[in-house]
Ligand binder design. Structure first.
Ligand code: SF4
Length: 193
Protein backbone atom coordinates (compact mmCIF):
# COMPACT_ATOMS: atom_id res chain seq x y z
CA UNK A 1 0.00 0.00 0.00
CA UNK A 2 1.44 3.41 -0.97
CA UNK A 3 2.10 6.12 1.63
CA UNK A 4 -0.92 8.25 0.67
CA UNK A 5 -3.19 5.17 0.74
CA UNK A 6 -1.85 4.37 4.21
CA UNK A 7 -2.42 7.99 5.27
CA UNK A 8 -5.99 7.88 3.93
CA UNK A 9 -6.56 4.66 5.90
CA UNK A 10 -5.13 6.24 9.07
CA UNK A 11 -7.30 9.34 8.52
CA UNK A 12 -10.36 7.06 8.28
CA UNK A 13 -9.50 5.44 11.60
CA UNK A 14 -8.97 8.86 13.19
CA UNK A 15 -12.40 9.94 11.97
CA UNK A 16 -13.99 6.73 13.33
CA UNK A 17 -12.31 7.17 16.71
CA UNK A 18 -13.60 10.75 16.78
CA UNK A 19 -17.13 9.73 15.80
CA UNK A 20 -17.23 7.08 18.53
CA UNK A 21 -15.98 9.45 21.25
CA UNK A 22 -18.38 12.18 20.10
CA UNK A 23 -21.30 9.74 20.17
CA UNK A 24 -20.42 8.59 23.69
CA UNK A 25 -20.48 12.25 24.82
CA UNK A 26 -23.60 13.10 22.85
CA UNK A 27 -21.56 15.66 20.89
CA UNK A 28 -22.81 17.02 17.55
CA UNK A 29 -21.67 20.07 15.59
CA UNK A 30 -25.17 20.66 14.25
CA UNK A 31 -26.40 24.18 14.93
CA UNK A 32 -23.14 25.14 16.61
CA UNK A 33 -22.70 28.95 16.48
CA UNK A 34 -18.96 28.62 16.83
CA UNK A 35 -16.97 26.87 14.11
CA UNK A 36 -13.75 24.96 14.71
CA UNK A 37 -12.67 25.99 11.24
CA UNK A 38 -11.92 29.54 12.47
CA UNK A 39 -9.48 28.15 15.02
CA UNK A 40 -5.81 29.08 14.66
CA UNK A 41 -3.77 25.88 14.72
CA UNK A 42 -0.58 24.59 13.16
CA UNK A 43 0.15 21.31 11.44
CA UNK A 44 3.48 19.54 11.65
CA UNK A 45 4.05 16.97 8.92
CA UNK A 46 5.19 17.03 5.28
CA UNK A 47 3.05 14.02 4.48
CA UNK A 48 -0.20 15.79 5.55
CA UNK A 49 0.90 18.92 3.69
CA UNK A 50 1.60 16.95 0.47
CA UNK A 51 -1.67 15.04 0.72
CA UNK A 52 -3.54 18.30 1.20
CA UNK A 53 -1.98 19.52 -2.04
CA UNK A 54 -2.95 16.29 -3.75
CA UNK A 55 -6.52 17.31 -2.90
CA UNK A 56 -5.91 20.85 -4.14
CA UNK A 57 -4.59 19.55 -7.46
CA UNK A 58 -7.70 17.45 -7.94
CA UNK A 59 -9.88 20.58 -7.78
CA UNK A 60 -10.99 22.58 -10.83
CA UNK A 61 -8.56 25.46 -11.52
CA UNK A 62 -11.15 28.08 -10.53
CA UNK A 63 -11.77 26.53 -7.10
CA UNK A 64 -8.05 26.15 -6.47
CA UNK A 65 -7.49 29.83 -7.38
CA UNK A 66 -10.32 30.84 -5.02
CA UNK A 67 -8.79 28.91 -2.10
CA UNK A 68 -5.37 30.40 -2.79
CA UNK A 69 -6.71 33.94 -2.84
CA UNK A 70 -8.56 33.28 0.42
CA UNK A 71 -5.39 31.80 1.91
CA UNK A 72 -3.56 35.05 1.12
CA UNK A 73 -6.23 37.03 3.01
CA UNK A 74 -6.24 34.61 5.95
CA UNK A 75 -2.45 34.71 6.34
CA UNK A 76 -2.62 38.52 6.33
CA UNK A 77 -5.35 38.40 9.02
CA UNK A 78 -3.14 36.09 11.10
CA UNK A 79 -0.17 38.45 10.69
CA UNK A 80 -2.20 41.48 11.81
CA UNK A 81 -3.73 39.65 14.82
CA UNK A 82 -0.36 38.31 15.97
CA UNK A 83 1.17 41.77 15.55
CA UNK A 84 -1.50 43.04 17.98
CA UNK A 85 -0.78 40.16 20.35
CA UNK A 86 -4.23 38.62 19.96
CA UNK A 87 -5.16 35.02 19.13
CA UNK A 88 -6.02 34.95 15.41
CA UNK A 89 -9.45 33.80 14.38
CA UNK A 90 -10.21 33.55 10.67
CA UNK A 91 -12.28 31.13 8.62
CA UNK A 92 -10.19 28.40 6.97
CA UNK A 93 -9.67 29.23 3.28
CA UNK A 94 -11.17 25.93 2.09
CA UNK A 95 -14.35 26.25 4.15
CA UNK A 96 -17.34 26.89 1.89
CA UNK A 97 -20.33 28.07 3.92
CA UNK A 98 -19.53 25.68 6.75
CA UNK A 99 -18.54 22.76 4.53
CA UNK A 100 -14.96 21.58 4.07
CA UNK A 101 -13.87 21.89 0.45
CA UNK A 102 -11.05 19.38 0.96
CA UNK A 103 -12.89 17.02 3.29
CA UNK A 104 -11.14 13.82 2.19
CA UNK A 105 -7.72 15.49 2.40
CA UNK A 106 -8.26 17.46 5.61
CA UNK A 107 -5.51 17.13 8.21
CA UNK A 108 -5.29 15.19 11.49
CA UNK A 109 -6.27 18.11 13.75
CA UNK A 110 -9.37 18.76 11.67
CA UNK A 111 -10.46 15.15 12.34
CA UNK A 112 -9.77 15.02 16.08
CA UNK A 113 -10.58 18.56 17.24
CA UNK A 114 -13.77 18.77 19.29
CA UNK A 115 -13.72 15.82 21.66
CA UNK A 116 -11.46 15.37 24.63
CA UNK A 117 -8.17 13.95 23.40
CA UNK A 118 -5.20 12.64 25.31
CA UNK A 119 -1.69 11.85 24.12
CA UNK A 120 1.09 10.04 25.95
CA UNK A 121 4.39 11.82 25.22
CA UNK A 122 7.72 9.96 24.92
CA UNK A 123 8.79 11.42 28.30
CA UNK A 124 5.79 9.77 29.94
CA UNK A 125 3.75 12.95 30.34
CA UNK A 126 0.12 12.77 29.25
CA UNK A 127 -1.23 15.79 27.39
CA UNK A 128 -4.98 16.41 27.66
CA UNK A 129 -6.95 18.45 25.11
CA UNK A 130 -10.28 19.33 26.80
CA UNK A 131 -12.45 19.38 23.70
CA UNK A 132 -14.71 22.14 22.41
CA UNK A 133 -17.10 24.16 24.62
CA UNK A 134 -20.01 21.87 23.63
CA UNK A 135 -18.11 18.73 24.55
CA UNK A 136 -17.09 20.25 27.87
CA UNK A 137 -20.67 21.26 28.69
CA UNK A 138 -21.95 17.78 27.76
CA UNK A 139 -19.60 16.03 30.20
CA UNK A 140 -19.64 18.56 33.07
CA UNK A 141 -21.53 16.23 35.43
CA UNK A 142 -19.41 13.18 34.61
CA UNK A 143 -16.64 11.91 36.90
CA UNK A 144 -13.33 12.69 35.18
CA UNK A 145 -12.40 9.03 34.71
CA UNK A 146 -15.72 8.36 32.93
CA UNK A 147 -15.45 11.22 30.41
CA UNK A 148 -15.31 9.76 26.88
CA UNK A 149 -11.77 10.34 25.71
CA UNK A 150 -9.96 9.79 22.40
CA UNK A 151 -6.42 8.57 23.01
CA UNK A 152 -4.37 9.95 20.11
CA UNK A 153 -1.15 8.23 21.08
CA UNK A 154 -1.12 5.23 18.71
CA UNK A 155 -2.75 7.21 15.89
CA UNK A 156 -0.12 9.92 16.26
CA UNK A 157 2.73 7.39 16.39
CA UNK A 158 1.48 5.96 13.10
CA UNK A 159 1.41 9.43 11.55
CA UNK A 160 5.01 9.96 12.65
CA UNK A 161 6.02 6.63 11.10
CA UNK A 162 4.32 7.64 7.84
CA UNK A 163 6.17 10.97 7.95
CA UNK A 164 9.49 9.16 8.37
CA UNK A 165 8.65 6.77 5.53
CA UNK A 166 7.58 9.68 3.32
CA UNK A 167 10.50 12.05 3.93
CA UNK A 168 13.18 9.52 4.89
CA UNK A 169 16.65 10.59 6.04
CA UNK A 170 16.03 14.16 4.86
CA UNK A 171 13.71 14.64 7.84
CA UNK A 172 16.82 15.36 9.90
CA UNK A 173 17.87 18.29 7.71
CA UNK A 174 14.57 19.71 6.43
CA UNK A 175 12.99 22.63 8.31
CA UNK A 176 10.43 21.56 10.95
CA UNK A 177 6.85 22.00 9.73
CA UNK A 178 4.86 24.39 11.94
CA UNK A 179 2.29 25.90 9.64
CA UNK A 180 -1.37 26.77 9.36
CA UNK A 181 -3.34 25.29 6.50
CA UNK A 182 -3.48 28.72 4.85
CA UNK A 183 0.32 28.93 4.91
CA UNK A 184 0.58 25.39 3.48
CA UNK A 185 -1.57 26.49 0.57
CA UNK A 186 0.39 29.69 -0.05
CA UNK A 187 3.72 27.91 0.02
CA UNK A 188 2.53 25.31 -2.47
CA UNK A 189 3.31 21.58 -2.31
CA UNK A 190 6.35 20.91 -0.12
CA UNK A 191 9.68 20.00 -1.67
CA UNK A 192 11.29 17.18 0.27
CA UNK A 193 14.04 16.35 -2.24
S1 SF4 B 1 -9.54 21.84 6.26
FE1 SF4 B 1 -11.74 21.61 6.39
S2 SF4 B 1 -12.15 20.80 8.44
FE2 SF4 B 1 -10.06 21.64 8.45
S3 SF4 B 1 -10.29 23.75 9.19
FE3 SF4 B 1 -10.40 23.79 6.93
S4 SF4 B 1 -12.58 23.68 6.43
FE4 SF4 B 1 -12.33 23.04 8.57
Amino acid sequence: MGIFARLADLYERMASAYAQTAAEAGLTCQGCQQNCCVSFFQHHTYVEWSYLWRGMNELPEERRALYLSRARDVVEQYRQALALGVQPSAMCPVNDDGLCGLYQHRLMICRLHGTRNTMLLPNGDRRVFTGCYRFVSNVTDMADETVPTLDRTELYKELVQLEMAYVGKRLAVLPKVNMTLAEMLLQGPPSIK
